[in-house]
Design a protein around this ligand. Structure first.
Ligand code: SF4
Length: 224
């Protein structure tokens, strides 16, 4: 069984609640979505067997890492491959951090026992251009809530307040303690977005949903 992997590298986490933590990153090649703001332009990959990936991850064992970040693309497109890989890495005590677009709930169910932390996207239709994925996000979050999970949403000038309201309704219903990270779209004027981000944060506070505004720092400082 093989998976297409674009790169394996070490760096610090550039977004979300674990910003700044050292991780080994495994970036899977393909994605099931095509968001308008996507910056993951992958044009090459290497095929790995689970054992081969495990051996490459082990090359980083000299240093202390917070966790292995499985990212993409969409890692859950390779659920069977991940299952085998995570068996190997678990046996060596690695912590598993999954970065996911939050749509492939069936695949998550197969793996949830082996995941420690889930960084789950919420694709606001008015931001992503991907249409209504709320039913998938709801099912996904129900499973993810069995582990540590936080949510991320890209906020653009075009983002509707209605999308934030829908997101908050799902979080309150399914995983009320989870934090929603609001991420300004890095390709838009940050000063203009600031007003929207602040008003969204205030709205979430009034609703009792925990939010924070955290830009995608890796884009600002130019790290992978
Ligand atoms: S889910 Fe992520 S990787 Fe996939 S298209 Fe959207 S932004 Fe790009």
């Amino acid at each position: 069984m093989k998976a297409r992997i674009a790169e394996v590298f070490n760096s610090v986490q550039g977004e979300g609640l674990y910003l700044g933590e050292k991780q080994v990153f495994v970036r899977f090649f393909e994605c099931n979505l095509s968001c308008t703001y996507c910056d993951t332009k992958l044009d090459r990959f290497t095929e790995y067997e689970p054992q081969e990936l495990f051996e490459e991850i082990r090359l980083y064992q000299e240093e202390q890492y917070h966790s292995i970040s499985f990212t993409g693309g969409e890692p859950l497109l390779y659920a069977d491959f991940l299952k085998e890989t995570l068996d190997l890495t678990s046996a060596c005590g690695y912590k598993h951090y999954l970065e996911t677009n939050g749509t492939l709930f069936f695949e998550l169910e197969q793996l949830i026992d082996k995941i420690d932390i889930i960084a789950m996207d919420l694709k606001f239709p008015s931001s992503s251009g991907m249409g209504n994925l709320w039913h998938m996000h709801r099912k996904f979050l129900k499973i993810a809530a069995r582990k540590e999970v936080f949510l991320k949403a890209i906020i653009c000038q075009a983002t509707y307040e209605e999308d934030l309201k829908e997101a908050m309704a799902i979080i309150k219903e399914v995983s009320p303690g989870s934090v929603l990270v609001l991420q300004p779209n890095s390709y838009e004027n940050q000063e203009v977005l600031k007003k929207k981000l602040f008003s969204f944060k205030d709205m979430a506070n009034r609703q009792g949903v925990r939010t924070c505004v955290i830009p995608q720092i890796h884009k600002v400082v130019g790290i992978r």
